[in-house]
Design a protein around this ligand. Sequence first.
Ligand SMILES: Nc1nc2c(ncn2[C@@H]2O[C@H](COP(=O)(O)OP(=O)(O)OP(=O)(O)O)[C@@H](O)[C@H]2O)c(=O)[nH]1
Ligand SMILES: [Mg+2]
Length: 242
Amino acid sequence: MGCEFSIVNISSAIFDCSAPDLDSCPDESLPEFAFIGRSNVGKSSLLNMLAGEQGLARVSTTPGFTKLINIFTMNKCWRLVDLPGYGFAHGARKHRARFNETVADYLENRPNLCLVFALIESGLAPQGIDLEFVEWLVRHAVPFVLVFNKTDKVSAATVQTNIAAFTDAISAWFEKLPAVFTCSAATRQGRQELLGVIDEEMMAINATSIWARVPPESSPNLSMEARVRENRKRRPDLNRPW
Ligand SMILES: Nc1nc2c(ncn2[C@@H]2O[C@H](COP(=O)(O)OP(=O)(O)OP(=O)(O)O)[C@@H](O)[C@H]2O)c(=O)[nH]1
Ligand SMILES: [Mg+2]
């Protein structure tokens, strides 16, 4: 089906569905890469930038715009998932909505979730809610990389200062820090690097039947869900080599 080859060039990007909850998500046959971060941080814009298609995921200046789990299939063999952001809510529901339960359910229980891109606004000093969310990812053993975005809005020196402060604040939770990327949907900075991460994960998943030491004759039948699970089991410490 072509999935064994490099996926850095995206030749098809298709909207699959908007799911209100985990049960409504499509079948688990394809590996998924999800975007998460505070409302308005730029998740939908980054998805469009990676897919190379403006308007694929809806972008808005209004925080809290993405309210559903929006799923897109790339090259017919892997998916990008645009999740609702955290940290925004109207009026009385303010406290409840700090972290969306649907998102938590997806992140904890989606068996074909490969990797999360945790977006952090690069122009800001570490925010409590982002640190809290990263801690949640660590506690729930969700594999993730940090993506400091909107780098076009501030100087390179400010970006580096904020990244250093953020990684310093979370360093006690890791033996080795998660990989850090910088990007901008406006300048397309970071596109090749993030697609490279996806490429590596896809290659690892395709090789998982070898790691799982299943008899060769049964490996073609190993479900995608099982492959993703094996891949995650194999690197449970988040010490990823990217
Ligand atoms: N300058 C700049 N603006 C950006 C960038 N990425 C996104 N934006 C802007 O930030 C705003 C929010 O972008 P979205 O992509 O909708 O953010 P989101 O995280 O999906 O927001 P929610 O769905 O509300 O959680 C929009 O006005 C975008 O145009 C970027 O890299 N640079
Ligand atoms: Mg959005």
